[in-house]
Ligand binder design. Structure first.
Ligand SMILES: *Cc1c(COP(=O)(O)O)cnc(C)c1O
Length: 453
């Protein structure tokens, strides 16, 4: 009769050659864990009658190996983005330039001047990195970089408006996504929200009335992810800034995306630039590093020296500080703009600047290579809380497949996973967002799936 006594011991299993291989691949402690796990599991299943025969040692090792593979499998994997959404927040927003990756790599491998002043040979500040680049690019007096734009907004409000009134148009009390709501962030910062105007109409007199009472800040938040159309009116930032300054109150502009270039150049609507906000009189402007800038995740705060100094000194600045890889990468991305090479070097700017002919050429080459599919006209979008409702014409590879759902699942199971769109029972793939170096892997994946569908 089979009893649990017949089950091999941990020691017996460890003496096999396969176990030695597993130890070489996964390390001894984890391999031991996996073997014990499999043995415990086998005992439990045997006792409860789920199995009546005991597995052989090879079977136990195979189970241990799949356990080890599952435990060590990364959850954060690269994917091929064929969706045509350039800044896909769920897919990690902006892919980085070679120069940016090199800079992050170099600074991560060793020690750095993160908080060390080489001139003086003493402690320096991490809050100065990227500052001179940002000054040159935007014309701001000072700059500070934090972890992301959500923390930038929280920090700015906490440092400049704690327990003070913050005047904001009702039309700008927005939710950015991922639960980031302007009114909630204000509450968190200790600022007192004062809404002016109505959802669709705000007049400068609304601001004037609110500013009669002592106020800490006037804030403008960019409506990054929706459009307000129809019977609407809102004063220009310039007018808001002049009015606020008349009352001695500074203005903060949360731009969200914060492009440094004119998106109209690529046939899109004009997204307000950082330079324009500062020129219009904003004292502080904050924006993301990984939206239209196309750099690593960061929150960038630029503006007047006095206010930036207060922001730097606030305890939250320490809590939301950027790490060295971010600061190195952001500096490298900013340098592309300073050297006027963004269209060549920054992947998302490159994607936006692709001509229709180039996109069509790639889609056609895919169709030829696959011997399958049709090239059709379509739209790419910017996404990532930038340019809501805006799209740019593109060409797509349209694939007819038996089951769209099954094909999409197959695409997601590919190594690396392929993210596509569907419309009218067709699979649509947009070459605009597929990095050139991923094209080979994309076509191999598609060929395999088409063969089996
Ligand atoms: C995207 C966005 C944020 C948040 O920026 P993250 O970089 O995602 O933290 C804040 N405000 C506005 C207006 C935005 O568009």
């Amino acid at each position: 009769m089979t009893t649990l006594r017949n089950l091999p011991s941990v020691e017996q299993i460890l003496q096999t050659e396969t176990a030695a291989h597993l130890i070489a691949r996964f390390g001894r402690p984890l391999t031991l864990d996996a073997i014990r796990f499999v043995l415990d599991d086998t005992r439990a299943r045997f006792k409860s009658g789920l199995i009546t025969a005991l597995p052989l040692i090879d079977m136990l090792l195979a189970q241990a190996e799949s356990q080890l593979t599952a435990w060590t499998k990364p959850t954060l994997l690269p994917v091929i983005n064929a969706s045509g959404v350039i800044l896909h927040t769920n897919l990690g927003r902006a892919p980085l330039s070679d120069g940016t990756i090199r800079a992050m790599d170099i600074v991560s491998r060793g020690y750095s001047t993160l908080e060390y002043d080489i001139e003086l040979g003493q402690r320096g500040s991490r809050l100065i990195h990227a500052e001179s680049l940002l000054q040159k690019l935007t014309g701001a007096e000072a700059a500070v970089v934090v972890n992301n734009n959500a923390s930038a907004v929280l920090l700015v409000l906490s440092a400049l408006a704690n327990r003070k009134r913050v005047v904001i148009s009702r039309s700008q009390l927005v939710e950015i996504g991922g639960g980031f709501r302007v009114p909630d962030v204000m509450k968190q910062s200790g600022a007192r929200l004062v809404e002016v105007g109505t959802t669709n109409k705000v007049h400068i007199s609304d601001y004037e009335e609110a500013l009669i009472e002592s106020t800490g800040l006037v804030m403008r938040a960019h409506r990054s992810n929706f459009k307000l159309i129809g019977f609407t009116e809102e004063p220009e930032l310039k007018e808001i800034a002049e009015t606020a300054h008349g009352f001695g109150v500074p203005v903060v502009d949360d731009l969200g995306s914060g492009a440094l270039y004119d998106t109209a150049k690529y046939g899109l609507a004009h997204e307000p630039t950082v330079q324009e906000s500062l020129q219009a009189g904003a004292d502080i402007v904050c924006f993301s590093g990984d939206k239209l800038l196309g750099g690593p995740q960061a929150g960038i705060i630029v503006g007047k020296l006095g206010q930036i100094a207060k922001i730097r000194k606030h305890p939250l600045a320490r809590a939301v500080r950027a790490d060295k890889a971010c600061l190195a990468g952001l500096s490298a991305t900013l340098l592309h703009y300073l050297k006027d090479e963004a269209e060549r070097e920054v992947p998302i700017v490159k994607m936006m600047s692709l001509t229709l002919k180039q996109v069509k050429g790639r889609a056609e080459a895919w169709a030829v290579e696959l011997g399958h599919g049709k090239v059709v006209e379509g739209e790419s979008t910017v996404g990532g809380g930038s340019l809501p409702g805006e799209s740019m014409p593109t060409f797509l590879l349209s694939l007819e497949v038996k089951s769209v759902e099954r094909f999409l699942r197959g695409l997601r199971k590919n190594h690396p996973p392929i993210i596509a769109r569907t419309e009218n029972d067709k699979i649509l793939l947009d070459p605009r967002t597929v990095l050139p170096e991923q094209e080979g892997a994309l076509l191999v994946g598609l060929k395999n799936l088409l063969k089996n569908s």
